[in-house]
Write a protein that binds this ligand. Structure first.
Ligand code: PMP
Length: 404
């Protein structure tokens, strides 16, 4: 059977990390994966996380037992409140079923599996995802037998959201369609709808009975504030739109490799809640039995200790703040110092971890091959890879490839 196994390409982002590590060029720059780096280009263990770790290690209750199938209940309950707020009706009424997942990817997978099994598709088994979106969305849905179809999102000409086209697709989609929405800091475009636009989206979702599949991988990274960044999710919940939320603590707590996340499904009523809890556990049980404990315990400490929680919020502001400074400096270099041809307003108008530079695949390839600057083929750069030491080199290289 070995000969029948088809070859597939390695994952673009992970392959890039390996090539980058091997590259001996001294000025190489990694702008690939969306991982935060500090001013020295180093990964940053958040001070709040360090303190939570110390508390955990010293805790008399520390052990390495299995967590329950649905994870650490205190963590998932606190995580749900972080997303919806304690005062929200969906939380107060006990409508939210929360399950710990293998970070945001696992939440997406579990959410997709749940819909694949139980959603009443109106015709085709399909889900609408933004064009473009996080590449994994395509495979995550295809993997559970749901066909991903795209709705317009990015307009290459205006370098903004193709809002009218997006709404018109939502309007013409069959009733009760599923739409994947990025809760904030859209990956890869860095473009989020305004509150007014979210309200218009919510109106259509309600009128058409669409289902909102929220992917919240960057809460805190869009505006530096956890509450601001959950606005759309909370507004949709308040308005009673059928929804689930995939939550990740990879980015906002810097716990990438610990795989801390949760899936929150808003249920119709008590009976649905009970049924769903067991159904989600059934899926988890066969896939990985129980989720990893360490990261969830850390986040649990942070969410349930007021001073630690405040410190975490400050840490998030530090990360988001540095990325905003990077945007400003890149913009200044391109527009004032180098006078790079074209309009670069999008560099400062976009938000979050990424900038969708608008350069072509060929230009992105040139940056990589000639200048040892590693970025996604679609021109997306992770701003976290830039700092005062390498930003000029990047801006000059970008200027060179843009001039052609
Ligand atoms: N959703 C989006 C939009 C993402 O960008 C990412 C990370 N790149 C994830 C989900 C999942 O990340 P993780 O599994 O590391 O939490």
């Amino acid at each position: 059977f070995w000969d029948g196994i088809p070859s597939v390409a390695e994952d673009e982002m992970f392959a890039m990390i390996t090539t980058f590590k091997k590259d001996p060029f001294p000025k190489k720059v990694n702008l690939g994966a969306g991982v935060y780096r500090d001013e020295d280009g180093k990964s940053w263990v958040l001070p709040a996380v360090k303190k939570a770790h110390a508390l955990l290690i010293d805790s008399p209750d520390l052990n390495h037992e299995y967590l329950p199938i649905a994870g650490l209940a205190e963590f998932t309950n606190s995580a749900a409140k972080l997303m919806f707020t304690e005062e929200s009706d969906v939380i107060k009424r006990g409508q939210v079923v929360s399950t710990q997942t293998i970070s945001g990817t696992g939440a997406n997978h579990l959410g997709a599996s749940f819909l694949s099994r139980f959603y009443l598709f109106n015709g085709e088994r399909q889900v609408y995802i933004s064009r473009p979106t996080w590449v994994n969305h395509h495979a995550i849905f295809a993997n559970v037998d749901i066909t991903p179809v795209e709705y317009p999102y990015y307009n290459a000409e205006t370098r903004g959201i193709d809002f009218d086209e997006m709404l018109s697709t939502m309007n013409s989609a069959p009733d009760r369609s599923i739409f994947v929405l990025h809760a904030c800091a859209h990956n890869p475009t860095g473009l989020d709808p305004s509150r007014e636009q979210w309200t218009a989206i919510a109106d259509i979702m309600l009128a058409k009975g669409h289902y909102a599949f929220f992917d919240a991988a960057y809460q805190g990274f869009a505006t530096g504030d956890l509450d601001n960044d959950a606005w759309a999710v909370r507004e949709f919940a308040r308005r009673g739109i059928a929804m689930l939320v995939c939550q990740s603590f990879a980015k906002n707590a810097g716990l990438y490799g610990e795989r801390v996340g949760a899936l929150h499904v808003v249920c119709k009523d008590d009976q649905a809640t009970k049924k769903l809890k067991n159904q989600l556990s059934l899926i988890t049980r066969v896939e990985f039995s129980t989720p990893p404990a360490y990261g969830a315990k850390l986040v649990n400490f942070i969410l349930n200790d007021a001073p630690l929680y405040e410190e975490w919020r400050r840490n998030i502001r530090t990360m988001a703040g540095r990325l905003i400074e990077v945007r400003k400096e890149l913009y200044r270099l391109l527009t004032e110092e180098l006078k790079t041809p074209g309009n670069w307003d999008h560099v400062i108008n976009q938000i979050g971890m990424f900038s969708f530079t608008g350069i072509s695949e060929a230009q992105s390839k040139r940056l990589r091959e000639e200048f040892h600057i590693y970025l996604a083929k679609n021109g997306r750069i992770s701003l976290a890879g830039l700092n005062t030491k390498n930003i000029k080199y990047f801006a000059e290289s970008l200027d060179t490839v843009v001039r052609g």
